[in-house]
Design a protein around this ligand. Sequence first.
Ligand SMILES: Cc1cc2nc3c(=O)[nH]c(=O)nc-3n(C[C@H](O)[C@H](O)[C@H](O)COP(=O)(O)OP(=O)(O)OC[C@H]3O[C@@H](n4cnc5c(N)ncnc54)[C@H](O)[C@@H]3O)c2cc1C
Length: 541
Amino acid sequence: MEDSQVGKVHDYIVIGAGSAGCVLANRLTESGKYSVLLLEAGPPDNYPWIHIPIGYGKTMFNPRYNWMFNTEPEAGLNQRRIYWPRGRCLGGSGSINGLIYVRGQAEDYDHWQSLGNHGWSWQGVLPYFLKFEKNSRGASEYHGAEGALYCSDIGERHELMEGIIGAGSELGITRNDDFNGASQEGVGYYQLFTQHGRRCSTSVAYLRPARKRRNLTVETHAQATRLIAKGSQIQGVCYVQNGVKKQVLCGKEVILAAGAVQSPQLLQLSGIGNAALLQAHDIPVLKDLPGVGENLQDYLQLRLMYKVKKAITTNDDLRTLAGKMRIGLKYLFKRRGPLAIGINQGGLFTRVLPESRTPDIQFHFATLSADAAGGAPHLWPGCTFSVCQLRPQSRGSIHIKSRDALQAPAIQANYLSTPTDQRCAVAGIKFARQLASQPALHGLLDSEHLPGAAVATDDELLEFARAYGATIFHPVGTCKMGSDPMAVVDARLRVHGVEGLRVVDASVMPTLTSGNTHAPVVMIAEKAADMILQDATGKYL
Ligand SMILES: Cc1cc2nc3c(=O)[nH]c(=O)nc-3n(C[C@H](O)[C@H](O)[C@H](O)COP(=O)(O)OP(=O)(O)OC[C@H]3O[C@@H](n4cnc5c(N)ncnc54)[C@H](O)[C@@H]3O)c2cc1C
């Protein structure tokens, strides 16, 4: 790195302008007292399809805005490599995600606290969920209205979703109009992170307004390759920008917000991780922290697809030029319709395992069907019931494959590697079929396209999960918070055993929250910003 250009010193350097990084950049510069450099490996988020909810399909396989990782062969999924999209632009994965707003269950956070993470109980995190929300429903006990992030109701009803809600009630599952309210259990429409039919990412909500501040510098196309340390003190970052090697130093802290895949990768490249792994790659060990990259957790989605009797699905809208024009005009003039909603309209949370006291599965219902998530829709009317287990027990890892920071690490999710996860997969599929066979859906659903009637026994259902299961894109846990020997950060998100370094993103979650992870990550970033500022002013002792 001797030939690197050395830049000016900033108080804080944030690595990764994703869901968490954009929140930090805003909050840490708000007072005007501190200077912040935000480094983002990807480009700006000026691709129009990022901001139109249905554009999900346009970024899913687009290497300019997507890291497009693949796992190693997964033993539990018949040795298949699973495609892992991750956002690679301002806004990160929050710029390419499905926009669904789910916080998880109060018990998830009480569990984090019970693991020794003081301040992370439901009562400890709720104020931060309220703080970030600008909810179209206004303020209440459960919602905030003064925050930066717009959360909106879908605002229109779909015949298929109404049928699913009816089928749920025939099974004793109540309609739930607010999965982030008193209880998560039930069936209903999701709220989305949209403002007037456009994506409201943290780049839009937090970064854009902050970019006017002179104490914030944002560098895109700037990929961090290694942390600079003196002894155990982190002093700065090496990065590559448009092929040029650069170094930058910080006065206070480096904050890693590169996500659950790349935060552990960057720690390992910098000599912080399992000593044996680092030595195998000739990386000098700065801190032997065996938990870096371990404890990887992700949801496995099992997608049941149905042929629909009426041409009312998004497949039908997208099949013809006239259909495309109709929904295009509806979006243009009313900001409504499939373009404003994206893929998933509604969800269902319930229990399928006898030992569960709270919902253990979640459904994503899409009025669309395709062979792969984000792929081209089928040419017939179709819909998808995607079911996933909410608290998988399988654990995987992220390990560097080489010292080259530009080479993707090995991702091993170990899906379906425990009997409980296998049982839950089978029970989830059975429940989906039970739902689909209720009278409320008789007039709407035709035949089951996948798995199909020939797949009947428990063994066959498990084999279907192994043959077709795929990620639903919520990896967490690879720099987990805690105080046990496998913990990477403490409850203030400081990396154990080094100074001047925190991790603030999905990787710090000790366990997956029960639901989609964007909102929990924004909450984590809001709470972390408070802690960083408290520590800077000595207000926390
Ligand atoms: C396709 C998809 C659909 C999803 N759907 C939903 C949903 O509907 N609802 C929901 O709640 N959640 C959803 N999620 C999950 C949610 O978006 C993520 O949990 C969340 O965005 C993670 O935030 P993060 O800050 O941890 O990481 P990210 O948002 O991924 O941010 C990491 C950032 O760091 C950058 N970066 C990485 N390495 C470096 C480096 N070395 N140097 C500089 N920059 C670097 C990346 O380019 C990226 O911008 C989805 C995710 C995906 C991918």
